[in-house]
Write a new protein. Structure first.
Length: 211
């Protein structure tokens, strides 16, 4: 990953300290059935199970508006945390459908995937209803914003916490590519998650596939 993304020594140390390998390999998505096969390896590596936003300097109690504003104020650090291959297209990105207005919290563009990436911010626990809203956003983006040479839009639902089983069932019958992730404002990965991780050979296979 350091070679592919041209990370500096300092960035590499930060990636190790934040345990981004573990977070990437545990990501919960439905990409296998909702993305073209050629996009799969890059898309899987682009998503995480958990993001660390210690640079936002937010307390444990904050609103979605405060979270969004803090991200926008620190957009460079945010883009580094989510993968450093994104460009920022806007916050409260406006969609209009049949005279009604809908706002996406954050809209990014993944340069390698050539996909729009919609992000919904939630300061509580994940609930299944969030998936239906994201599917709606992605359908509208694909029809009204995506360019002809771009790939299908991808959604990230970013919550303060999530139940992995509930996420699994929520994504099971969906037809748009979605990642459900958690965020925190500290850098330590819970110890109980470490034993559930795949082997280094699995990440190596993904990297070899897309080189």
């Amino acid at each position: 990953m350091s070679k592919r993304n041209s990370w500096s020594y300092r960035v590499l140390l930060n990636q190790i300290d934040n345990q981004n390998y573990e977070k990437t390999m545990r990501s919960q998505t439905n990409f296998e059935k909702n993305l073209p096969e050629k996009m799969m390896p890059e898309a899987k590596l682009a998503m995480k199970d958990e993001y660390t936003f210690d640079f936002l300097e937010l307390g444990d109690e904050h609103s979605e508006h405060e979270l969004e504003r803090a991200i926008v104020r620190n957009i460079e650090h945010f883009l580094q945390e989510v993968g450093n291959v994104y460009t920022f297209m806007g916050s409260q990105y406006r969609l209009e459908v049949d005279g009604q207005e809908f706002l996406i919290d954050l809209l990014l563009y993944h340069r390698k995937l050539k996909s729009l990436v919609a992000i919904e911010l939630k300061v509580g626990a994940f609930i299944p209803e969030y998936v239906g809203k994201m599917q709606f956003y992605l359908a509208v983006l694909n029809d009204t914003v995506r360019l002809p040479d771009e790939n299908p839009s991808i959604g990230i639902i970013l919550c303060k916490e999530k139940n992995r089983t509930i996420v699994e069932y929520s994504l099971k019958e969906t037809n748009k590519p979605i990642n459900v992730a958690a965020y925190k404002t500290t850098t330590k990965l819970p110890k109980e998650l470490r034993d559930e991780l795949p082997s280094p050979d699995q990440i190596a296979m993904l990297l070899d596939y897309i080189q």
